[in-house]
Write a protein that binds this ligand. Sequence first.
Ligand code: FAD
Length: 441
Amino acid sequence: MRQRHPATAPSEHLVIVGNGMAGHRLVEALLARPERPARITVIGAETTPAYNRILLSPLLAGEMEREALTLRNAEWYAEQGIELVLGERVENIDRTARRLTTDAGRELDYDRLVLATGSNPARPPVPGLDLPGVHVFRDLGDADALARAAEQGGSAVVIGGGLLGLEAAEGLRKRGQGKRGMQVSLLQRDDRLMNRQLDLTAARLLENELRGRGLDIHTDAQLERLEAGADGQVCAAHLADGTRLAADCVVVAIGIVPNSALARSVGLDVNRGVVVDEWLTTSDPSIHALGECCEHHGNLYGLVEPIWRQVEVLADCLCGKPSTGYGEARYVDKPCATKLKVSGVSLYAFGPTDPEPGHEVLSYRDPQQGDYRRLLLRDGRLEGAVLYGDTASGPWYFEQALAGRDLAPCRPALLLGAADAQLLLDDALNESPQSPAKEAA
Ligand SMILES: Cc1cc2nc3c(=O)[nH]c(=O)nc-3n(C[C@H](O)[C@H](O)[C@H](O)COP(=O)(O)OP(=O)(O)OC[C@H]3O[C@@H](n4cnc5c(N)ncnc54)[C@H](O)[C@@H]3O)c2cc1C
């Protein structure tokens, strides 16, 4: 395949737009490579240096201090010889002159540019969404605003029963505890929570657990509009079935949309995200994109695991090392597993949520322990798993699925978990005529 990225010269100036999780991880990866471009500048629209966005959920819940989110401070960037510009948004890129402009009027020339602009929260087309008191949950400012709202008490409505909505709802509820208390309702359009990851049984277990903690959960809920009170603030959410839920605060958490407006405005190929090839190169060979703003083979990103692999490929590429050296030479999409960060709830899932034709279903449930496991196999190979309660074997199941391993030899022990199943697999391997143990003997 044609390689579209010319090798960099060490004297090149690399500019990274976005000091979020992807942009920062790229800086760390470049610093580990002696061949990195001599000059690196990072421009971030947020006013704080990159932080661990994943931990916004425990921060909101009051389980973690703000300092624990810090990845590196501004001094660290300076010590590494990296120019860090914060609180400025790149507004324009002159691709011919290779010069960008920020909203503060700063102009900067680049040889190579990386777009790591992340994504924006998706917003449903519902009247009232722009009312004061309606929030999203994306950055430190959002987490602060939600924490203040929770501490004032009253009622909140969270729109969206996926990972983010659940973490926001539990965060608000926990944060309000011990203060004035916040009554939190959660609206899920589908018939179950986390409908992209869980089967109905696991979703119901999760729902019961969260209801038991005091969350008011509405599935099959169709939000119709938000209502303003006499003070102009949001005061209620109306559902299509006529339900009215009081809301001093509303959180919109229905998903994310790649932040690709800048790329689109300067004529780069953009579909839903900024289109990149397997070297994270856009339609302009001097411009790359990675993280939640990019789109590769029609796929978009919302978890860090694939983004970390993109970082390794792009770092090699920016150091003129397209093949080997520090990791995979080309970026390839791989399946991801999901975990929920709500303390006291353990779940782990990957693959299809419901059985498809040809799937064999193995399941196990221990209502007393609150454990549930459901595996989907095709021709003895694992294609999907949902684990609720004891999730310790989740990574092992995922590893077997990724390896496409034939699990027929350990089928009787498969639901018992990794240790028992692996024993049977090892026995089968030792008994196989081609096994190394047999050959050595
Ligand atoms: C509350 C929460 C919990 C999460 N939990 C998990 C989890 O448990 N597991 C998991 O894998 N993932 C989780 N995620 C997702 C994970 O945080 C993202 O996948 C990751 O942050 C994406 O990195 P990114 O750099 O692409 O985007 P971001 O981290 O959003 O960074 C993009 C940065 O670019 C800046 N920017 C945008 N446009 C410009 C511009 N024009 N000029 C300059 N700067 C600009 C933005 O201000 C932002 O700082 C969670 C996300 C949230 C919000």
